[in-house]
Design a protein around this ligand. Sequence first.
Ligand SMILES: Nc1ncnc2c1ncn2[C@@H]1O[C@H](COP(=O)(O)OP(=O)(O)OP(=O)(O)O)[C@@H](O)[C@H]1O
Ligand SMILES: [Mg+2]
Length: 592
Amino acid sequence: MPPMTSDHELSKADLLRVVDAVREMSHATSSGDHHEMLVLALRVAIRVTESDGAVVYRLNEAGDELTRVVSEPHYDQLQDSFGRMRVDRTWTGKSTSRARASATPVANLPPAAQQVLLAVGFVHVATVPLYVRGLPIGTVNLSRRRDEPYTQRELRITEILSDLLVVHVENARLFADANARLDEMRMLLEVARSVTASHSLAERLETSADILARMLGASNAIIALVEDEEDVLRGVASANAELRDFVRTIRIPIAATSAAARAVRTMKTVLVADVEHSSEARSDLVQRFGQKSLVALPLIAHGNAIGVVVIDDTHGARVWEAAEIQRGELIAVQVATAVANARLFEKVKQSYEQLALAQEELVKQEKLAALGQLAATLAHEVRNPLGVLFNSLGTLTKLLPRTGDVALLLSIMGEESRRLDRLMRDLLDFARPVRPSIEPHSLAEEIDGALRAAVQQLGPDCASFSSEVPSDLPRISFDQAMMRQALVNLLTNGAQAAGVGGSVVIRVAIESGKRGPLARIEVSDTGPGIPSDLAERVFEPFFTTKAMGTGLGLSIVKSIIEAHGGWIEFTSDTATGTCARLRLPLERRGGP
Ligand SMILES: Nc1ncnc2c1ncn2[C@@H]1O[C@H](COP(=O)(O)OP(=O)(O)OP(=O)(O)O)[C@@H](O)[C@H]1O
Ligand SMILES: [Mg+2]
């Protein structure tokens, strides 16, 4: 080694230079730009040590390799040769472990290094290790073209500058870290706030997707949820508003070869650094989204994968950093919890509504049962005296002359007694438990019988009746007396609504229902229709709009038809009148 200048002591001028350098470097620190700061530090080092080139190397975590971070003039030309260096095989590398600055003429280096350095004109080199809290993190290398060895004094100055550089770099890193943390906290808070806000789940998911994309510096974030019953992922939200409509059309089977589906299946994050060379990216989606790289984060709630967030980059293949993924996973947990909570809330709401309905129905049933009992008792008690009244009336009619006021009063008594009798009959029908005895019958014959009975009940001055029954109608199973009563009730309602001059038509057809074939029986009239505000009430017992009605007719029809496993519905409008439609299953399964 050539002798170095013996002057170890720093002169006042040296100290002033150092102070100047410190001031200059502090300016750079405040910008927070890492790279800019290093470049500035290198320039200061070059100036202070009168060098021609400088470079900073960073030591990897394993401590066995140095990577060039930043360099000032000329080192760029050496990039290929000195971009990376093994610690154990290079002069710079070995110097790192000595923890002291060292210098050497290039001529003393191994021939390969010599060749490269001499080619750029460097004659002397120096290396100064960088330490943070006693651990090596890299080196600063200086080189000079003049044939003048680095002095101990120069190395001391560089050491001081390097120490300062490290402090500044550390500060800047801490500052940047703190800022990033702060940003992260802000975003997390934003997610937390948005996922608990009262707006709809869909909106919350859009906001979360947006925050996720921003937080990871991604091009887009898409959220897909597992459909409840099908094994499919359904797109629900996208950070990119222009893609929202398209995202909602996405369906990916969970068994599919897809990064998103695998994330759901394995409940683990799936990274696709380079979409172009992956078999797990769906070409149709890649084409639409322009994804070059993606991450699929599973949404896990209560130990189940309920969906996935796919974050993509459309700029190029990208190595997603562990810290980024961790942040993404943290948000995914919040999103999953929000979805699970929203679903839970929806379920609770639904069960509550069902419960309320069931309770309402129960109360209704109880009321009806009580009403039925009351009606039965009442009808039974009233019918006996009513019988006596009828008999007496019959006798009186025979005894008294049928003229004047006597005749009028007798006829009124007769009329009202019959009305009372009919009410009692209806009450008994209504109260009687409906247990049909079902056997095959001809529905056509039943309809004829019902038409005759209706005419008899209504008298000659009423609407006209007609029927349209297919001649090949098969025999159908029902309780004859009950069916007759149901049909008569519907026909009389129709005729009463249509009035004299109006018409009532009864039609029968066979149709196929969800659970097998059905007989459809329609009774249409030309009446004024049922006012929409009353439509709900027509099946209520005792609901009537007629002066002489009991309001039991349709309740009886309903319970009869339901006892046969069928149902009844009305369509009605003021222009065309009303149509009561009965549906009767032809094949009966279980039930009464
Ligand atoms: N075809 C129809 N057109 C218009 N309104 C109807 C028709 N059928 C029923 N309604 C309405 O429904 C109410 C209830 O009918 P329901 O047959 O139960 O009792 P009602 O006919 O009034 O009395 P009841 O049948 O006991 O003599 C009727 O009062 C009427 O307001
Ligand atoms: Mg009626």
